[in-house]
Design a protein around this ligand. Sequence first.
Ligand code: MG
Ligand code: MG
Length: 252
Amino acid sequence: MIIVKSKHEVEKMQKACTITANALHYGGKSIKVGMSTYELDKLIHDYIVKNGAKPSFLGHGGFPGSACISINDQVIHGIPSKKKIIHDGDIVSIDVGAYIDGFHGDSAFTFPVGNVPEETMQLLKVTEESLYKGIEQAVVGNRIGDIGHAVEEHCVSYGYGIVRQFVGHGVGKELHESPEIPNYGKAGHGSRLIAGMTIAIEPMINAVGDEIKILPDGWTVLTKSGSPSAHFEHTVAVTPDGPLIMTKPTVL
Ligand code: MG
Ligand code: MG
């Protein structure tokens, strides 16, 4: 069931979304070569807690971290680890959620570290662009397929692979609500978008091939090809005035 929020509820949800965005970009700014993903997760955790919120991912489905931190060929759901060290030339995808006042925010960004190859920088740029092309379609009267179609069309034009097994989603009182928001689709197909829907749009794009595999830890999703993968996500409200990006950082 799609849960539509009142204007008041969307306003109330803004706090969770702002803390999410600030925690995400605080994490991104804190990345240093030689740091473990455990240390990075701890910084993000403490930031969220200091701001009076709870890390949405901690314990969600048994996830042990406060953020998912996925490096290079890791697509999503990387588990923070003392053994996973960040190196020059890595791309680090951080996915964060914060819960406060009864609502969650959800946002992700792939940060380049030091000297990242030109072709990988292009993957980041195109994936982020595809997120905004998807967001542009999040308008009243459009359909869910319009979002996925816009993301897909942009990424496929560069020959990139779109992860299909994992998708965006509604977000609000629960971290994951209906409907699913795939990063592919047919324009004009799927459920209609109505004012008050709050959705996480999150392209997960591989440089080579759309196939993925999951590590024996049961969480970490990697590209089957071994190519790098990028992940950008915003929580967006569908409003009568157009799409409202709720996870914009305010302090960095
Ligand atoms: Mg997320
Ligand atoms: Mg999400």
